[in-house]
Design a protein around this ligand. Sequence first.
Ligand code: GLY
Length: 478
Amino acid sequence: MMTSHEIRRHFLDFFRSKQHLIVASAPLVAKNDPTLMFNNSGMAQFKDFFLGNGTPPSKRVADTQKCLRVSGKHNDLEDVGFDTYHHTMFEMLGNWSFGDYFKKEAITWAWELLTEVYKLPKDRLYVSVFQGDSTDNVPFDQEAFDLWKPIVGEDRIIYGNKKDNFWEMGDTGPCGPCSEIHVDLRSPEEVAEKPGKDLVNADHPQVVEIWNLVFMQFNRKADGSLEPLPARHVDTGMGFERLCMAIQQKRSNYDTDVFSGTIHVIEELSGRKYEAGTGMADVAMRVIADHIRAVSFAIADGLVPSNAKAGYVIRRILRRAIRYGYSYLNLTEPFMTKLVPTLAMQFADVFPELNAQRDFVATVIREEEISFLRTLGTGLGRLDQIISDLGEKGTKEIPGETVFELNDTFGFPADLTALIAREKGLTIDETGFQKALQEQKARLGKMQPHRQVTGSNWPKPTGLSLLATTSQKPMRIL
Ligand code: GLY
């Protein structure tokens, strides 16, 4: 069986053989881009090249990029753990043409790599092309259709709308029609029952998109209009973890060797076996195996859990994982910190920044765990009481003031309260929470202008400011 290391290496070697320069991943945290908090796709670090505002080191580039989809236009956080193929942090394998080759090469090379190098069965692959959109005045992608037809045959082509087949990095920025490649990983019996084509883009865990070929032609402006880019480019993104699932013939990303090492440590720490099922203990193991990657790499890239902006996103992800471990695996002592060494070793060759700062990352996570575990049990007890009181009154919504109290007193981010509420069939009053938060900010602002207002403050270890500057690396070339 091809290992995940080999799968990654084959991708980079393949594009090297097609005269691509292999570059290193940019940090998870997006730099110098006010429209983006985290790098959410491989192309984010190349945005300026598409817009014509910079010169790429080569007209052909390939890499594997650490991506985080937890905020803004691309946000998969709520699906993580419950399904088997979404992640907060994932690797995106990508090849780029900056005003060089276009659809023909992108399509033929993608097919060659998938079927000749990775040997994915041709009769399990489907492709989609953009059907056009009259509001944006962008026509049906006839060129992509004409290129795919002799390769896969017309009956394997799906016509996709703007939601699925017009890729945009954010509300503004470079964009264009795209052509996705989907794989059907079901058993022959399941395939005989229903054609894979009917399950494309239908959220089926075994019929998933693996590669998106984007043909960058436009810039979406703040007023919503599209303007043509100075040149036409190719931006492709292939989900590494899903690709490994397809090549290793697994039913879940978590069954591949990308995650098995971490899951094994979680099994040892919790004394429970991972059953790959839908029970909450298995969900918790998947959530933890996913979240530790996002948190560890974000810290290695210069972030620390905090009460503001990107640091707060990391804190929320970490606290979410801690609570899953606490409630469903009985992990009441710091445990996330113990997963860092396995992860650091696993990625030492491709993302050496984690191994280089392994102890620091483990310390930051441990401190955050100690701090949150101090209040978690009492906070959960209080929330149980609140939920039971509401049940007696027949109310299904937790008031904003209560969500605020849990946040302020026990360090429960509002989305964590919402998650726990949802497990019990309740919702939270998000607007009321925001109002209470603003009122407190205004109150404290008058009294102590410099104090942070919510949650407990994480004690800063030494070396923090040094780390924050080391992440500001220019694009590295491998
Ligand atoms: N930029 C291509 C993708 O993220 O799918």
